[in-house]
Design a protein around this ligand. Structure first.
Ligand SMILES: NC(=O)c1ccc[n+]([C@@H]2O[C@H](COP(=O)([O-])OP(=O)(O)OC[C@H]3O[C@@H](n4cnc5c(N)ncnc54)[C@H](O)[C@@H]3O)[C@@H](O)[C@H]2O)c1
Length: 339
């Protein structure tokens, strides 16, 4: 078992474990109240819910299952969930547990942060992407018709519990998606290097990713500065995700977005042509096509509606090569230079 301590507006511990071995010792004592709402999705529920429920000894456990997939991280499901929590009699003293990938994580944390003005929340991420990224840092939210994550809060969990065995059932495509977010860290922090992604040790990669994200979140919890570095590949990645109507995974779209960010970094002189080639080859290692499937005007239109855009400008994250990112405000029209 490994543990990472986060000191944010709330201090909490992330436990990286196997086979739920230390769940009872590390998580059970932190669960407030006797009633626990476990929010999960239709794919994760049959795999892991029963095991989790059996570990929640002494608690009354209520199960809430949402349909799997990004298209379900929406207002309708959010309202249904909070209504179901109220119907089941969950009080302010209850705890919400999110058992699932980033979709369940964002949705359940948003429910916890708003239900009765906020109840305790415990994250149990089950995808590689949610283990290394979305379960940490306190961003919660749902998508609106006009864009991704447009309704949400900053809300830190009481604890995060990662069971590495969840990765055994993860489809190959979701593994690639998680590797995309891990590769992102290699472009902004030197603690993850390209060779770490050649001989993969998931426990090591997950712990290093969490330490990098933890350090950034501790410096800038509300994303007014350094935390924007975590958006490397995301400005265009989110636009691509929307253009695909959320049918292609977040991590795959981020990989595609990073390819654009690398090209733009070269065009604007942050890296050499050789560094660009090395970086793109590294990204290709994730096994996701980096073909440009949309034209520039389609992407620019979506970027303009991104919550991070400010009129005709956006804070864009460039790489200065492996290990170093840089944030620069640019004119959105400049994005055409990477086409
Ligand atoms: N809050 C943040 O800081 C943050 C950061 C990054 C991404 N996100 C969000 O995370 C979401 C993407 O998360 P994701 O990639 O985990 O997607 P996801 O939650 O849709 O999970 C991917 C698929 O894997 C299935 N699944 C989950 N765990 C499984 C397991 N152990 N075995 C088998 N199948 C399993 C899910 O049911 C789903 O079909 C996006 O909505 C994105 O916006 C949030």
């Amino acid at each position: 078992m490994k543990q990472i301590n986060v000191k944010a507006s709330k201090n909490y511990t992330i436990t990286v474990d196997r086979a739920f071995e230390n769940f009872k010792a590390q998580v059970l004592p932190l669960i407030k109240g006797n009633v626990v709402a476990v929010i999960t999705d239709t794919n994760v529920e049959p795999l892991y819910y029963a095991q989790l429920e059996s570990l929640l000894t002494g608690k009354t456990v209520c199960k809430f299952v949402i349909p799997a997939g990004e298209e379900n991280k929406n207002a309708e499901n959010y309202i249904s969930l909070v209504n179901a929590l109220a119907k089941a009699g969950l009080s302010r003293k209850s705890t919400v547990i999110g058992l699932g990938g980033g979709v369940v994580g964002d949705m359940s944390a948003f429910v916890a942060s708003t239900y009765m003005r906020g109840v305790s929340y415990i994250a149990i991420p089950t995808t590689l992407l949610s283990m290394v990224d979305s379960s940490v840092g306190g961003k919660t939210g749902i998508d609106l018709d006009s864009g991704k994550n447009l309704l949400g809060t900053f809300f830190q969990p009481d604890t995060v519990y990662i069971n590495l065995d969840f990765l055994n059932t993860l489809p190959e495509r979701e593994v690639k998606s998680g590797l995309g977010e891990i590769m992102k860290y290699a472009f902004i922090d030197s603690r993850i290097t390209p060779s770490d992604l050649q001989n993969i040790n998931y426990e090591d990669l997950i712990v290093k990713s969490l330490e990098i994200k933890r350090d950034i979140v501790e410096r800038d919890e509300r994303e007014s500065g350094d935390r924007m570095l975590l958006n490397f590949g995301h400005t265009i990645g989110h636009a691509i995700e929307k253009l695909y109507d959320y049918k292609v995974s977040h991590g795959e779209c981020v990989l595609k977005g990073m390819a654009y960010a690398i090209e733009l970094s070269e065009k604007l002189g942050f890296i050499s042509a050789e560094q660009k080639e090395t970086s793109l080859n590294f990204l290709n290692g994730a096994g996701v096509s980096l073909e440009k499937e949309f034209n520039i005007s389609q992407i620019i239109n979506v970027v303009k509606s991104d919550k991070k855009a400010d009129g005709n400008t956006v804070n864009f994250v460039f790489t200065k090569g492996f290990g170093e990112g840089v944030i620069k405000k640019i004119d959105i029209a400049k994005l055409s230079e990477c086409f």
